[in-house]
Design a protein around this ligand. Sequence first.
Ligand SMILES: CC(C)(COP(=O)(O)OP(=O)(O)OC[C@H]1O[C@@H](n2cnc3c(N)ncnc32)[C@H](O)[C@@H]1OP(=O)(O)O)[C@@H](O)C(=O)NCCC(=O)NCCS
Length: 171
Amino acid sequence: MTGPKWKFVPITEKPNLEAFDCGIPELNDYLKKYAGQNHRKGLGSTYVLIPADGEPFAAGYYTLSMAQVELGSLAESQRKNLPKYPVPAVRLGRLAVDRKWQGTGLGEILLVDAIHRAVAAVQSVAAKFMIVDAKNKKAEEFYLRYGFHPFEGGSHSLAAAIDTLKELFTK
Ligand SMILES: CC(C)(COP(=O)(O)OP(=O)(O)OC[C@H]1O[C@@H](n2cnc3c(N)ncnc32)[C@H](O)[C@@H]1OP(=O)(O)O)[C@@H](O)C(=O)NCCC(=O)NCCS
């Protein structure tokens, strides 16, 4: 499907969220009711994908915050050469695309932008992993395609080393 050109804005720029529907009520509600206040309170930064021109409707969004992971919960291949105490991470808490645009590449655009932002952030504040809380098995499969590995942080939690993501996505 050919569509508009897109850009990201922080949720504080007040894009139009009303019609957003990704098919998961919890993710719709988060965007409409909580994302703005959480962004302002420093609890989670939300970036919204809107058309570069015209009506600024939300086609997708993601939320980032700082986190830490217990070493023991990580896949064995990811634990190598790391200390025993919890390791700093960037959490991609939520990521969703409006149903109208699903399957058109926007999920990947959101993920790559989130990775770019995480890579930029770790130049000033250290983090070893990006962790993702996928909402269900289907979403988990989306992240598995991009170098994320399941870990025991919760059901459908995945992690990828930021160095690996940087290699893959910031060329
Ligand atoms: C999961 C989601 C973010 C994917 O976004 P999308 O815009 O539909 O995905 P894209 O069009 O960018 O797809 C990128 C690639 O991933 C694949 N893909 C998309 N969804 C997939 C899934 N659930 N499982 C496996 N692969 C998937 C696509 O086929 C595509 O691969 P291709 O380029 O080889 O064809 C989107 O479907 C969504 O918002 N779902 C509801 C909310 C949700 O589950 N969010 C994630 C958890 S918080």
